[in-house]
Structure formats: structure tokens, C-alpha cells
Design a protein around this ligand. Structure first.
Ligand SMILES: [Zn+2]
Length: 247
């Protein structure tokens, strides 16, 4: 508990919130620019169990932003590289490694936890995470970055819009896009903060509010976003927890 003493001093946090973190299971999908900082801060905060999902290997061009992977890790599995650092930082955290690409066939097996962190770089897999989390009622924290900009949204099924309500059509896929390391660093830290709030019940999560970060002018902007009644994922008569016939 000495390790967590400074966060437990926060009014309303205390031993109770710390115990909630210790009992929680968080799944981080993607150990890139977002997943590295988010999983690092979750492990430091004492989340009891963290599952790291990534099938890719570390490349030299990742190292400007994927801060859990170091020069010696080039060529190694990203999930394995990240797990090693998290275990060293906090040996009391149970870190599990899933070296698989998330798809329709394994999403149900892998995404079993209290909260999911979206550390992905493509909308195809993000939509899969969104659909599964809405169907199973699992909260998830979305973030995306490009260049100097980032966005953040917390999805709590049944309580606010899902990712598909807010972004109905995926932007055209880009295999390579520019990213400046501190931008996913900021957004990944904010994801960890949202996860800690969801797990402890402290604060007000970013539900129904899309946060937009622009690093060049250093601005944060909040846009109110609403649930789309015709959303193919969470709208009336679709998916969600209210229509078990779809399962
Ligand atoms: Zn929706």
C-alpha cells in the first residue's frame, strides 16, 4: 500500500478505491503509441490484472512513440515486450499476453474483463471492439491520434453513445500516418485516467462528450455527442443489452 499512498491521499480515493483497482481486470488492445502509456499508468496505479493483446512485432519506426518498446526489443512481440516492462514496474500486477490479432473468431474469448482500452490504429478492429463491448455491456475507452491531433471518448453501454453513433463511417484506412510521440502519450494517459475513474466510480467519465486535442495550438475542445436511435450497433432494435435475440 506504500506504493499507492500518494493516490490514496486523494479525497474519496482511499483504501476502498485502491482495492477496487486491485480486483479489476483491464484489457488493452494494441500495444502501440496509445497502449504503451495507458498500460504503463494502469500498472503503476495497481490495476490487479492487465491483458495485453497485440500480434505485431516491434519495428524501429515504432520507437518514437511506443515507449514501452526499447531499442533492444526491435523484432520482438509487442505484447511480450510491454509485459516485461509492466511486470518490472509493478510485480504485483498480473500481466497476461495474447499474441493474436483480434477478429470475429476470437473477440468473445479475449475481451472478457471489466474495461477495455482501445489502443488500435484501424477502425475495422475498433468497430469490432465497439460491437462486442456494447453487446456484452463492457465499458471501453476509445482514443485515436494522427499528427498533432487526438480524440477521446468513453463508451459505457446503455449510458451514452457508442463509437458507431459518433463515427458512423470509418475514415479511409491509412496503412501509414504521421504521429508525433507526445500526442498518443497525452491521449494514452487520459485513457488510463478514464479507466481508473470507471473502475473506482470516482469523477465523471467522458460519456457523451468527444474530447478533441490539438497539440500545435495546444487546445482541448469538447463536443457533445448523442446516441443515434438508428445506430446499427446500439440503436433501437439493434445489438445492445436490450435485444438478446441478436446474440
Ligand atoms: Zn451506437
Amino acid at each position: 500500500m506504500e506504493r499507492y499512498s500518494r493516490q490514496m491521499m486523494i479525497p474519496g480515493f482511499g483504501k476502498r478505491a485502491q482495492e477496487k483497482l486491485g480486483k479489476a481486470h483491464v484489457i488493452v488492445v494494441g500495444l502501440g503509441g496509445l497502449g504503451c502509456p495507458s498500460s504503463l499508468y494502469l500498472a503503476a496505479a495497481g490495476v490487479g490484472r492487465i491483458t495485453l493483446v497485440d500480434a505485431e512485432r516491434v519495428e524501429e519506426s515504432n520507437l518514437n512513440r511506443q515507449v514501452l518498446h526499447w531499442t533492444r526489443d526491435v523484432g520482438r512481440s509487442k505484447a511480450g515486450s510491454a509485459a516485461e516492462k509492466l511486470r518490472e514496474l509493478n510485480p504485483s500486477v498480473g500481466v497476461e499476453v495474447v499474441e493474436e490479432k483480434l477478429g470475429e473468431e476470437n473477440v468473445g474469448e479475449i475481451l472478457k474483463g471489466d474495461v477495455v482500452v482501445d489502443g488500435l490504429d484501424n477502425y475495422e478492429t475498433r468497430y469490432l471492439v465497439n460491437s462486442h463491448c456494447v453487446e456484452k455491456g463492457i465499458p471501453f475507452v476509445h482514443a485515436a491520434v494522427e499528427g498533432f491531433i487526438g480524440q477521446l471518448l468513453t463508451v459505457v453501454p446503455g449510458k451514452g453513445p457508442c463509437l458507431r453513433c459518433v463515427i458512423p463511417e470509418p475514415p479511409p484506412p491509412k496503412p501509414l500516418f504521421p504521429v508525433l510521440g507526445p500526442v498518443p502519450g497525452v491521449m494514452g494517459c487520459l485513457q488510463a485516467l478514464e479507466v481508473i475513474k470507471l473502475l473506482t466510480g470516482l469523477g465523471k467519465p467522458l460519456v457523451g462528450r468527444l474530447l478533441l486535442f490539438e497539440g500545435k495550438g495546444m487546445t482541448f475542445e469538447e463536443v457533445e455527442v448523442k446516441r443515434n436511435p438508428n445506430c446499427p450497433v446500439c440503436g433501437e432494435g439493434h445489438g445492445g443489452r436490450r435485444s438478446p435475440q441478436k446474440r
